[in-house]
Design a protein around this ligand. Structure first.
Ligand SMILES: O=C(O)CCC(=O)C(=O)O
Ligand SMILES: [Fe+2]
Length: 373
């Protein structure tokens, strides 16, 4: 009798945190495969700085990527290599310090998760391991805005939501140029994001300056992630116990409008396709990875996709990544955009501010402090 082989992939359930509680996704047990250039396209940012025609062309590419997988690579993004390299070196210097020095600026000292998180102290995804990484986080502070601000003129409703904290810089002042090099990288991110969000507006059939009033004191979170080299025995243990849930950073979506991520050449970032297949966002030198966050997805009535991703790291060398999370002014309540809704497609969501929105997710995070915002 002929046997029929069942070639359907097996699926497991992945539990994800969302603002409104856990959701479950079916995930294929097939091994992760490299992403194709259709899935995660490389977009040339030279056009973002070009004439009206070039900017329109650019916005259409953004729209395509944002409405499919919500991930793309940015080349010619305008952040100087020297700026990135200095920040990367500082990140390594910081993480290679003795534990004591790092713990002196622990996130435990922060009201807003600024500072240092040690190995295995966060768990972005409850169904997976603790996050096998260390990190250093800081947030928007008007005194460092590349678009200079009159600090005495910040509206009270804006000031109430600003989350920068000086202790992260005070506690690293023994590291020469640490603050300068990281803030220079961060400022480049703020500038690029303010520009890119104009193209998002264009892509959504809105005037290019539509969001500008929402990005005067934007959510701008800087983060350094350090995934320490695994010892061969650790890798063998992870593999032999077949713990696919043993992750560098658990499965999650980013919270705000979009993320600009620099990653080194080691690799490990994976994204989850709508079919539940993990695909690898392999490093492409000279690019940033850009991805849509939940807040932007909500504002577009789910037209732009905020896609689940994780870091799956089995490397025997250290890995550094430096995400920059961008959102609107935290006090501004935004609803579904007028161009993303019509009679047949009514708004699915009530207006909400970035402050309220990020709070909702944090309330779901019972165990520890989650930095993926
Ligand atoms: O380290 C990476 O490549 C991704 C980091 C990330 O997704 C996050 O910090 O939200
Ligand atoms: Fe992320």
């Amino acid at each position: 009798m002929a046997t029929i082989t069942d070639t359907r992939p097996a699926y497991t359930k992945l539990r994800l945190r969302t603002a409104y509680g856990p959701v479950f996704r079916d995930v294929s047990t097939n091994a992760p495969r490299p992403a194709t250039s259709e899935e995660i396209p490389v977009i040339d940012f030279a056009d973002l700085y070009g004439d009206a025609e070039a900017r329109l062309r650019f916005s259409q590419k953004i729209k395509h990527a944002a409405t499919t997988y919500g991930f793309f690579y940015a080349k010619n993004h305008g952040i100087e290599e020297a700026v990135i390299e200095k920040a990367r070196k500082q990140a390594l210097i910081f993480f290679k310090q003795p534990a004591e020095a790092k713990l002196s600026i622990s996130t435990a000292k922060s009201k807003f998760f600024n500072g240092y998180s040690a190995l295995n102290t966060t768990q972005v995804s409850e169904g997976e391991s603790l996050d096998r990484k260390e990190s250093f986080a800081w947030r928007y502070d008007a005194q460092y805005d590349p678009d200079p601000k009159d600090l005495s003129a910040i509206p009270a409703e804006v000031a109430a939501h600003l989350r920068g904290e000086e202790f992260v810089w005070e506690g690293t002042s023994h590291l020469p140029d640490f603050k300068t090099d990281l803030l220079t990288y961060w400022q480049s991110g703020v500038r690029l994001a303010r520009r890119l969000v104009q193209s998002f507006a264009f892509a959504l059939d809105l005037p290019e300056n539509y969001f500008d009033k929402l990005t005067t004191y934007p959510g701008s979170d800087g983060l350094l992630n350090f995934y320490e080299a695994n010892k061969p025995a650790e890798i063998a243990a992870m593999n032999s116990s077949n713990k696919t849930g043993d992750v560098g950073l658990g499965s999650h979506t980013d919270l705000q409008c979009f993320t600009l991520l620099w990653q080194d050449e080691v690799g490990g970032l994976q994204i989850l396709t709508p079919e539940g297949q993990w695909i690898m966002a392999q490093p492409i030198p000279g690019t940033l990875v850009v991805n849509i966050g939940d807040y932007m997805m909500r504002l577009t009535n789910d037209k732009f996709k905020s896609t689940v991703h994780r870091v799956f790291n089995r490397s025997t060398v250290d890995r550094i990544s430096m995400p920059f999370f961008f959102g609107f002014n935290f006090n501004e309540k935004c609803g579904v955009l007028p161009t993303c809704t019509d009679e047949g497609n009514p708004p699915k969501y009530e207006p909400i501010s970035c402050a309220e929105w990020t709070q909702l997710r944090f309330k779901q995070t019972q165990l520890t402090k989650t930095l993926g915002v």
